[in-house]
Design a protein around this ligand. Sequence first.
Ligand code: TYM
Length: 334
Amino acid sequence: MIDGKKVLFSGMQSTGNLTLGNYLGALKNWVSLSDEYQCFYCVVDEHSITVRQDPATLRKRARSLLTLYIAAGIDPVKNVLYYQSHVSAHAELAWILNCYTYMGEMSRMTQFKDKSAKHADNINVGLFAYPVLMAADILLFQTDVVPVGIDQRQHLEITRDIAERFNGIYGDVFTIPEGYYGKVGAKIMSLQDPSKKMSKSDENPNGSIYLMDDRDTIIRKFKRAVTDSVGCIAYNDEQPGIHNLIDIYSACRGITPEEVVKEFDGRGYGEFKIAVGETVADMLASLQKEEARLTSEKAYIDGIIKENAERAAYYANKTLRKVQHKIGFPDRIR
Ligand code: TYM
């Protein structure tokens, strides 16, 4: 608890072009939850280097991601928005937690298996230990709730296991966090292959809507979205393409899938695809406009980066010192 509020932590990697999946699965929920909780929203640049990055691009992307958080509607005064690499407690706690995590449990992580297949020439120790750094991110703030997409569920479960194991040895050190998954939008699928999640790293750019895509591109991608030959707009697992479009429309409009089905009852796929495309394009146009405006406010963004890193470090160090003491590191002399 901080000032009588429960704590929320979440983060995104500053790699690749963010997709509509990142927005609907995470960012949009972050905004709606930010009044209720004390929130920490991190740009997890340390996670990004588990895959080789171009330094200048990585730096630029971290800044635009932080700007995008604000553009999406997260208040940078009430909430703490910062870069992971500016708060050294993340790496320090991750090292400690590495010593309380087993090789066997890490090798079962599906994201590690997928990523090591994709980057077979660079299966580094960081990629393997990635979920431990994520556990450190979350546990540092005594987090109650973690809003993420469904692809992060396994990482959240291992975080809880590590925290429970640690608490079992040393007493109640960490709060055990809960995942928060949106009712719709927690798993947005590729527009070209609705059995695969929409991903920044998809080789086919038509499968993903990027947050910076222009209106024509967005509508064109939706028009080409893979559907089926049933010809009826219904919400079921046999029509995964239509299911995905219903999820997208429902998450953007804040209505239930049932309401979407009712709205488009008796209408054709072509008409529905254009409606979804226009809704997404309108939503992203206002996000893009706000991002462009904020990007030009250099001093304002610099101020947020500096102040928020200090606020994050304050809370993170409180937990880190407690952990260091519990495991037997010498206390600091004041
Ligand atoms: P990342 O950067 O891959 O994705 C950021 C967020 O977007 C969600 N997401 C999706 N949601 C729905 N449909 C999709 N197609 C889709 N694609 C991505 C992700 O679930 C995530 O919520 N390991 C994390 C970052 C991280 C983190 C943390 C998150 C590091 N430390 C601590 C929470 C708490 C990741 O790589 O997310």
